[in-house]
Design a protein around this ligand. Structure first.
Ligand code: FE2
Ligand code: FE2
Length: 273
């Protein structure tokens, strides 16, 4: 069996990783790094910089429409949040041009799950909306990590209906586990790591269960609103029960569905930036 955790920790040494991603990963492990280093890295890549600013204006960061550049984003959101957003956005670039359409679809799926998780968090606050949004945005990061490390084998199962079983057969770990390891290595907050790790199964989730349930339900709701091949969760009777058990109502589904449909042009055009 492979040493997946070891491979993830040496991700930045892989030749196909873009320089900007390598430098971002390096600043994470450098305790002397500051927002000046971070801004320099992000600004070097205009497309990344524009996308970080676009995400910083998402409703969960409380400064919607007010942030025009990276300095403002760092000033208003803080170093940690901007760094998390930059890593979230740049990780999707790892899928590269060969997987252009699928990259966009996986991004759209991920952004939608983030959006829904943030909206659910407005109804039943389990943590800040910003943290729920990021956890949703990053929930499938493990699929990108598997692809980056093991593309020849993984490409065939990445969007398979039985992706979890196939991954476990290949790597003895699913993408929730692999995503959790990547985020642990990248020093993300513990609650985001827990939500990503348990987004397919809440079994064994002891700590930060509220956010894990939120992302688990957000994923199922996204498949209800916008079915895609890249979606890997589905709405079921069990999830419906869990939804109502957490104090949510039928009207909440309708309200969230309306917002997802309104946001859809922004989501679809994000990678054209
Ligand atoms: Fe997933
Ligand atoms: Fe997913």
């Amino acid at each position: 069996m492979r040493d997946i955790q070891g491979d993830i920790s040496s991700l930045k040494t892989i030749s196909t990783i873009p320089v900007v991603m390598k430098r971002l990963l390096e600043t994470i492990n450098d305790e002397n790094s500051s927002f000046v280093d971070l801004s320099e890295i992000i600004q070097h890549d205009q497309s990344l910089s524009e996308r970080v600013v676009a995400i910083a204006n998402a409703p969960y960061f409380w400064h919607s429409g007010l942030i025009n550049n990276l300095e403002q984003a760092t000033l208003l959101l803080g170093y940690d949040l901007v760094r998390s957003i930059a890593i979230s956005v740049s990780v999707f670039d790892l899928l590269g041009k060969d997987e252009g359409r699928r990259m966009k679809e996986l991004w759209a799926h991920s952004y939608e799950v983030g959006l829904i998780a943030g909206l659910l968090c407005d109804k039943v606050p389990v943590t800040s909306g910003a943290v729920c949004f990021l956890a949703g945005l990053l929930h499938d990061i493990g699929r990108v990590i598997f692809y980056t490390l093991y593309a020849p084998e993984y490409r065939a199962v990445m969007f398979d209906e039985a992706v979890i079983e196939k991954e476990t057969g290949l790597f003895d770990a699913d993408h929730g586990t692999a995503g959790g390891w990547f985020l642990e290595y990248s020093l993300f907050p513990e609650e985001i790591i827990s939500a990503v790790r348990h987004h397919h199964s809440l079994k064994g989730c002891e700590k930060h269960k509220g956010i894990a349930v939120t992302v688990h339900l957000a994923e199922a709701l996204s498949s209800l609103f916008t079915p895609r091949t890249e979606a890997d969760g589905s709405w079921s009777k069990d999830k419906e029960r869990l939804f109502y058990k957490n104090g949510l109502k039928k009207e909440d589904i309708d309200h969230i569905g309306t917002i997802v449909r309104q946001e859809s042009p922004f989501i679809e055009n994000f990678f054209e930036m």
